[in-house]
Design a protein around this ligand. Structure first.
Ligand code: C2O
Length: 547
């Protein structure tokens, strides 16, 4: 195994998109940031140097960070932020993971532009469980605002309203041909006729699930969230923020130019969203129309993408995923958790206040089991826990909602007023956990992509309507469920996961739509140490930032 050393200098750099130039927070001046390429078993040592004017942290999304929460990154959860002018070195080893993951800032909305791919190849001497592709291409789907995303967040936080939606979706940082002032920079991927390519697709968008397709080409899904799947072929994929999907595609069509394209899968009823389409071009080399420069060639073919509200296609895609063979799923459950996820509204005493610009003079909020997660400010949760500092958090997060009702009904939101809190749920080392997420459908039904740090979990079931413990549990897939780190809660529905709490530390669980995270759709698990050193949290690095 190798050790890879990198310096990530976080700095503002002018970036031009949609006819305008903005100072954009980047890593090493690159947007998207650098691609990390490693093998399973390798160690990464990344010195993050903060030369920007914001506090920042970096998160290695999906890396298990076994006994090493210090390298996980979420601000005020596992570490205090890296202040401007300071640095922190993330040091971690990839353990039994291969496929595609990614990294991103985990501080306010900085991940809008601070992100990149993390590619994990099999160990030397080991290969993919499918024929070796001729070429591999990372596809980072993103969102672009025609202003500083941190200002968009500030505005929303101040007014209590929903934040402005993005002005473009992007592929590898570029909006593509269908946007103003963008066609010169549209990303082009040259391919040879007949070759098979592995696309490593990452949804790094801030607030939007996306549909993705390539015109006239079939996609064979082989892996999600750095875990292999039973291969299956599809014309379109749905991918939620935080998720990755590896697909094989064969250049088996008439030589020419084909768009790959992504647009929104949007499940919030009546909510504003960006309804535009980002494109890149799959360009066969020696395609007849490209032979002569200067001659205008016909425009590439656009793929058919499902309608933005096509929940059936989206859910059917996700439900089709299976692990390649039998996986170990806990059967005897020690912790049976039921978490309601959804939005809420806070009543204002003065509905005309500029701080109450949500629906009918309210402020937006969000919660899990009616607790709206508030980040501590005086210390990070991990540091407070490790040092035994009291008063930073409590461990009384409710395992089931305080109030149960028909989550699919049109309930009065008066039933449901989220209460802010910094509450953790304690798990004994090695406990076997079942966790059901239920969309409350309050304010709106919505797909909430839930991400658990420090773990890979088995997705054992999902459905629409209210979760029914008696009938739904009996139908769980305990044989070959897919292993993931991020899973969407179907709009107006539920999803069930299982995992063994074998990674001690404090691990954030949250909706990967950053507007929801910002409103408090999060909580944290405190997984206690087991017996002996190999089941205990490692000591923190000496340069860990202090608050
Ligand atoms: Cu992709 Cu908490 O993060």
């Amino acid at each position: 195994a190798e050790t890879h050393y990198h310096e990530f200098v976080i700095q503002a750099k002018p970036v031009k998109r949609l006819c305008r130039t903005h100072d954009t927070i980047t890593v090493n001046g690159q947007f998207p940031g650098p691609t990390l390429e490693v093998r399973d078993g390798d160690t990464l040592v990344i010195k993050a140097i903060n030369n920007a004017r914001y506090n920042i942290t970096l998160h290695w999304h999906g890396v298990r960070q076994l006994r090493n929460p210090w390298a996980d990154g979420p601000e005020y959860v596992t570490q205090c932020p890296i202040l401007p002018g300071r640095s922190y070195t993330y040091r971690f080893t990839i353990q039994n993971q291969e496929g595609t993951l990614w990294w991103h800032a985990h501080s306010k909305w900085l991940r809008a532009t601070v992100y990149g791919a993390l590619i994990i190849y099999p160990k030397l001497g080991s290969t993919y469980p499918f024929p070796m592709p001729k070429r591999e291409i990372p596809i980072l789907l993103g969102e672009w605002w025609d202003r500083n995303p941190m200002d968009v967040l500030k505005q929303a936080t101040f007014t209590g309203a929903a934040p402005n939606v993005s002005d473009a979706y992007t592929i590898n940082g570029q909006p593509g041909d269908l946007y103003r002032c963008s066609s010169k920079e549209t990303v082009r991927f040259p391919v040879d006729s007949g070759e098979t390519i592995l696309l490593r697709i990452i949804n790094s968008a801030l607030n939007q699930e996306l549909f993705f397709a390539v015109a006239d080409h079939r996609l064979t899904v082989v892996s999600v969230d750095a875990a292999y799947t039973k291969p299956f072929t599809t014309s379109v994929i749905m991918i939620a923020p935080g998720q990755t999907t590896n697909v094989l595609i064969t250049a088996d069509q008439t030589p020419g130019r084909y768009y790959m394209a992504a647009h929104a899968y949007n499940t919030a009823q009546n909510a504003a969203f960006d309804n535009t389409t980002t494109t890149a071009i799959l360009e066969y080399k020696y395609a007849p129309c490209n032979a002569k420069k200067g001659k205008s060639s016909p425009p590439p073919i656009l793929p058919q993408l499902p309608a933005y509200n096509d929940t059936n296609t989206a859910t059917a895609f996700t439900a089709q995923l299976r692990s390649p063979s039998q996986v170990k799923v806990p059967t005897q459950i020690d912790e049976n958790l039921f978490f309601t996820v959804g939005l809420g509204l806070i009543n204002c005493t003065n509905p005309n206040s500029p701080r109450c610009q949500g629906p009918n003079g309210t402020r937006f909020t969000a919660s899990i089991n009616n607790v709206s997660f508030a980040l501590p400010r005086r210390n990070s949760l991990m540091q407070a826990y490790y040092q035994g500092q009291p008063g930073i958090f409590t461990t009384d997060f409710p395992p089931v909602p305080p109030l149960q009702f028909d989550y699919t009904g049109n309930v009065s939101r008066g039933l449901w007023q989220p209460v802010p809190g910094t509450k953790l749920y304690k798990l004994k080392y090695g406990s076997k956990v079942q966790l059901v997420f239920q969309d409350t459908s309050i304010v709106t039904t919505e797909d909430h992509p839930m991400h658990l740090h420090g773990y890979h979990f088995a997705v054992v079931g999902m459905g629409f309507g209210n979760f029914n413990a008696a009938t739904d549990t009996a139908k769980f897939n305990l044989i070959d469920p897919p292993l993931r780190n991020t899973i969407g809660t179907p709009p107006g529905g539920w999803v069930a996961i299982r995992f063994v709490a074998d990674n001690p530390g404090i691990w954030l669980l949250h909706c990967h739509l950053d507007s929801h995270l910002n409103w408090g759709l999060a909580m944290s698990f405190l997984v206690e140490n087991g017996v002996g050193q190999l089941q205990s949290i490692q000591p923190p690095p000496l340069d860990l930032p202090q608050c």
